[in-house]
Design a binder for this molecule. Sequence first.
Ligand SMILES: NC(=O)c1ccc[n+]([C@@H]2O[C@H](COP(=O)([O-])OP(=O)(O)OC[C@H]3O[C@@H](n4cnc5c(N)ncnc54)[C@H](OP(=O)(O)O)[C@@H]3O)[C@@H](O)[C@H]2O)c1
Length: 437
Amino acid sequence: MPDPSKRTICIGLAGFGNVGAGVYANLEKNADLLRERTGTEMVVKHIVVRDPAKPRAIEPPAGLLTTRWRDLIEDGAVNIIVELIGGTTEAFELVKESLLAGKIVVTGNKALLAERGRELFALAGKTGVPIYFEAAVAGGIPIIKTVQEAFVGNRIESMHAILNGTCNYILTRMSQAGISYEEALREAQELGYAEADPELDVSGWDAAHKALILASLSYGFWIRTEDVYVEGVSELEPMDFQFAALLGHTIKLLSVIRVDGKKQVEVRTEPSLLPKSHVLASVNGVYNAVLVRGDIVGETLFYGRGAGQNPTSSSVISDLADAAVALANGARHTGFVPHGLYGKSKPLEETTAAYYIRIPVRDEAGVLSQVTGVLGKLGISIRSAVQPDESFAGASMLVFTTHEVASGRMWEAVEAISGLDCVAGRPVWLRVESMND
Ligand SMILES: NC(=O)c1ccc[n+]([C@@H]2O[C@H](COP(=O)([O-])OP(=O)(O)OC[C@H]3O[C@@H](n4cnc5c(N)ncnc54)[C@H](OP(=O)(O)O)[C@@H]3O)[C@@H](O)[C@H]2O)c1
């Protein structure tokens, strides 16, 4: 029962899909707890959907439904708008109009923030209306709040993160069951972990959007999508997992965020080799994890479900509770505080790493010396080599790991090696993360 002694906070819920329905159901489920903990009465006043006639596992009260998100903006009683419609066009308009109308925004939309966060946070700063976005990164893991609040006194030195559950499931299955990328993706789709159109996930962009948000919060300037490096998982073969295992590693879609001595920020998302002994190597299935190094706190690790109805709605509700308390007590923040301490993104070709490179070659004399000759000419030194006896789809494989080298130099080497007559297909090259920085 509503408590008339508590301040009522009215919520406009835009989107009643996977996450929106979960938010509504869990707000109802734990209403008493939230009332006591926030000292407010949170009431959903409108729910926006595209198709009100659609059958739904969680039924919204019919009287709350509308197909016009502008109803939320136009209702003077609505204090907070929760954007869970997804996409970057109408969602942008909705968030912009909400801020202009003085209504606090809660969103889980990483694509929107990654692509248009700069404009939206500028508007939030101008209007003094905050945007909360805990659900946009790593689902149920409270990493936004951690960076913004718990680590406010730290300079973030680096983050290494597994941020996409679909890709992590696919890579875990390729590694543990030895199945192909296509089979693992099909499994993920059958289990409901991957969308019918999995492109945003498997291209690496979903994780890259989240990494961009984490880096922007950590370093105080909104990073442009063109300054992040992204590689997806679809080119990996089961043999890469076998070779990685021989080298004492496994392969994860890893997002790496770090700052160098010149305060240049590097943001990359790509399949990378990790030592099997490192704790991130045992983050399997649909789970996410974020390892943060701060200059005061040292190394910390966060682990949990990175997507799904309940974990994601847990984060949305946390934002709603913060917003309700802020409204009741008059405290506000805009969600992103720009500062000038770190100025620019590091040019991608200057970032350095050790590499794994697998080269399909013809079975003929002199191959090894031709390939190592290219590496030697470019000053790339080899750390280890594997030459399996068996052939793969008719080609022999040469597998090397290198010492640390600039990415631009490695790219040059891959181009030159690809052009050798003895090379029978496109080399696969992956970063090897030592996890020491
Ligand atoms: N799913 C996750 O695990 C997860 C995790 C973290 C973040 N997120 C983010 O949360 C957001 C929502 O994801 P979701 O999985 O809940 O999506 P979803 O299941 O596709 O739900 C989208 C909802 O928005 C409604 N909608 C879409 N466009 C609309 C429009 N133009 N006007 C009115 N209503 C509209 C849909 O209406 P109908 O119901 O009538 O179709 C549906 O209720 C996305 O930004 C996503 O990236 C999702």
